[in-house]
Design a protein around this ligand. Sequence first.
Ligand code: CUA
Length: 365
Amino acid sequence: MLVLAMLTIIGAIALACTPSHNQSTFDTLGPVAENQAFIFIVIFWVGAFVFVAVEGALIYAVFKFKRRPGDGDPVQVHGNTRLEIAWTIAPIIILIIAAVPTVQGIFYAAEAPIPPSEGGLEVDAIGHQWWFEFRYPHPDNPGEQIVFANELHIPVGEPVTFNLGSVDVIHSLWVPKLAGKVDMIPNNDNSLWLQADEPGVFFGQCAEFCGVSHANMKFKVVAESRSEFDAWLQSQSQSAFEPAEPLAVQGKELFKSAGCTGCHATKSIMKLSKDGKKLPGRIGPNLTHMASRINLVAMLDNTEIGNAEPNDYMLQRNLKDWISNPEEIKPGNIMSAQAAVYTDPSKALEEHEIDALVAYLLTLK
Ligand code: CUA
């Protein structure tokens, strides 16, 4: 029984550390994550050394100096200068071993090798209950930002600086294989930088408990070549596609009349304030190019396994499930709590209306 329990625990620990997992911090694919993993390893081995040394000495003393029959009182001693100096110096040495890489790591993570002031890419990341908003500077127009949600594209091999913010509670930005975690605090300017060393799709997750759907607050990072990234940013800055198909046209009308536009923008460009500050956005995620994303509502995957491109069939199914019953998919979300189509039974969406909305949203590539 005990052996079985031990094997289960060892198995669980080994699985938790498997580098192939999407949220493993051991399979580092960028310099910041690599540095953080190195600090972890140093502190782990320092801790392991202290544990073995202290517990070993304890067990040795317990057996060696055990009271035996016939023993009288032990020798009474007080004070041992050599010992006291030793146990003062040993922790100092141990702390220095742990502190040097830690302090170096703090400085390394503090500022990107190419900071935004020297032309490095800068992204505003804003936490919402429960999704991520990202805003990029418009490449051709300094007074504007390109806004989107739950999906982040970055050029491979370039450091990207994130200005972290939140509109409600404290969230935390974490991309286990690239960098993290730094809190996104309302009215506080935290920042973080990261870099992907190879192309791929990486998992991101909110790492600070932020309410009932905290676990559903995810995003994806797509690292691609500079030219692919530029083309993507260009496509995201375009106006939304105008549907022609009758069902989609009907869906677009419904999108306005049912009140969706109150919270969701279908324009991806936002102006900055006169002094260059970002302005508050809409309550809900920007939907201008939502059908081009591989995630829906920060948690539903629109891709087939092994494929990084969104799949229309999966997207259609996810959209239908989501619009039909958002509360079941993402408990506590603002849309199901506040949108009239969910709170007022007389305004509830009918099946054919949901189909029209889905048909329209599917055109927003
Ligand atoms: Cu946002 Cu947890």
